[in-house]
Design a binder for this molecule. Structure first.
Ligand SMILES: Cc1ncc(COP(=O)(O)O)c(C=O)c1O
Length: 479
């Protein structure tokens, strides 16, 4: 390492770092299917990271890569493994590590455009393309966020400012009626979390019951709104979920939008999981009325296979965003520009990373069709998984499979039995699936979110589960 530029790399070290990075990326990609899904955590090695963590004299580039390969990689979960079927967690696309490296080198501060002119336009291009997928018009805007939860928090903040123009000045110190948010019993907890953070309060979040396909019941929504109005409360926002986290059920957007129009409520779509299925011809119809929503949250770090973190909030009218988030300070002298956007006025952050770059790079490098076919591939595999489960006598589907989450159970198995089955799959290196509770019943959830997963992977998982379920049956017969 050179000593005159204490934090720089000299030519040799740059070459070494580049070579070691390329070697790492190559060997990681090749070894993915053979890696343990969940690492056999070496606690002593991890604990040693806490002891004297940082030396006065550095260990150099080669020393660092030795530690990365020896301690960090083997103790990391292989989320890109083709049979990692838990959660909605996609593997990063292939160009992502390279784009991330370039974004780090450029280190643009995506707050106002003079600090990041190209980045501002790249983010605008990503946001505009995403808005167009849902039929939003010229006035639409948005911002990349740390994820879907933050996008929904920012959406509810925007809705609050739109509802109560004096909210910025008076906060919640008003004598106005309490505001009420409506979502379904299947909604992601990020809706509750946003209401709690914003001071709306969990008591003012209504979890509307769902129908037999786990979709929000519009009749029950309207009843709840009327009851709250009669009680002197102020209904103000509905969060519908096109793609619930457990079963992938899609709330009916159009009739919910009708209710919102009738009662003057903000409609937010939590599309963190489901919204990007709009790219699939098979699911697009479900989003026909999405442009009626005031805001949409979605997650490029799920179905666009961007590495964490990349969420996005879209709003039908970007003036709503600036009303909530634009503040003026004398030391940030920003010249207005009709090409560039000052993203600090569209969200709560000032310093912001160049998140849009990894999304933009992948869309440019692979083209949109590649994403359409990756998404269709996951839909095909989920259908195949559901069909195979339905055909197995000892397994039983717990819900329909409109997207890529498949919920099922082992017949006559308890919650503990399901836990044991999941643990067996992990221990033998077959797959990582998650637990599920659907309609009050315990079971298993598999979510296909990986462009590397194949039909053979799905068959292996179902074959093993059928065998484990058969063992349970025999055991319970003997008992
Ligand atoms: C419907 C839904 N909303 C919100 C989230 C949270 O998104 P994030 O983890 O990006 O904050 C998820 C995550 O899976 C989700 O499925």
């Amino acid at each position: 390492m050179r000593t005159d530029l204490v934090l720089g790399l000299d030519e040799d070290d740059r070459a070494t770092a580049g070579r070691l990075l390329t070697e790492f990326l190559d060997s990681y990609e090749r070894s993915l299917s053979d890696r343990p899904l969940v690492p056999d955590v070496d606690r002593a090695a991890l604990a040693s990271l806490l002891e004297n963590p940082f030396p006065d004299k550095g260990i150099g580039v080669e020393g660092l890569f030795r530690e990365i390969n020896g301690t960090i990689v083997p103790n990391s979960t292989a989320v890109a493994h083709p049979r990692f079927l838990a959660y909605v967690l996609g593997p990063p696309n292939g160009i992502a590590p390279h784009a991330e490296a370039i974004a780090a080198a450029l280190n643009q501060n995506c707050n106002f455009w003079q600090l990041s002119p190209a980045a501002s336009v790249v983010e605008r291009a990503v946001v505009t393309w995403l808005s167009g997928l849902f039929g939003y018009g010229e006035e639409a805007g948005g911002i990349l966020t740390g994820g879907g939860s933050i996008a929904t928090l920012n959406a509810l903040t925007t809705a609050l400012h739109a509802r109560r123009p004096d909210f910025r000045r008076r906060g919640l110190q008003t004598s106005d009626p309490q505001l009420v948010v409506y979502t379904s019993t299947e909604a992601h907890r990020c809706v509750d979390k946003a209401a709690a953070i914003l001071g709306i309060g969990l008591d003012n979040v209504r979890h509307i019951p769902t129908d037999d396909q786990y979709r929000m019941r519009v009749d029950a929504l309207e009843e709840a709104i009327l009851a709250d109005r009669a009680a002197g409360l102020e209904p103000f926002c509905v969060v519908a979920t096109p793609g619930t986290v457990t079963t992938g059920s899609i709330d009916p957007i159009d009739p919910i939008a009708d209710v919102c129009t009738r009662y003057g409520l903000w409609l937010h779509l939590d599309g963190a999981y489901g919204a990007l299925f709009v790219l699939s011809d098979r699911v697009r119809d479900a989003f026909e009325s999405a442009a009626r929503a005031d805001s949409i949250a979605l997650d490029p770090h799920k179905l666009l296979f961007a590495p964490l973190e990349a969420g996005c909030l879209l709003v039908r009218d970007r003036a709503d965003l600036t009303r909530a988030y634009a503040f003026h300070s004398s030391y940030l002298t920003v010249e207005e520009d009709d090409l560039m956007v000052d993203y600090m006025d569209h969200g709560p952050q000032l310093s912001r990373s160049f998140r849009a770059f990894k999304v933009w790079s992948a869309l440019r490098a692979f083209g949109v069709d590649a994403f359409r076919s990756a998404i269709d591939h996951t839909l095909d595999l989920a259908r195949h998984l559901a069909d195979r489960v339905a055909a197995e006598p000892d397994l039983e589907l717990l819900a329909p499979t409109p997207l890529t989450a498949v919920c099922f159970r082992i017949r006559n198995a308890t919650e503990a039995d399901h836990g044991a089955a999941l643990a067996t799959l992990v221990a033998e290196g077959t797959a990582l699936l998650g637990p599920a509770r659907v309609g009050g019943r315990h079971g298993i959830r598999a979510c296909v979110t990986n462009y590397r997963t194949t039909r053979a992977d799905i068959d292996l998982v179902v074959d093993r589960l059928a065998a484990i379920a058969g063992d349970f049956r025999l055991r319970s017969t003997v008992d």
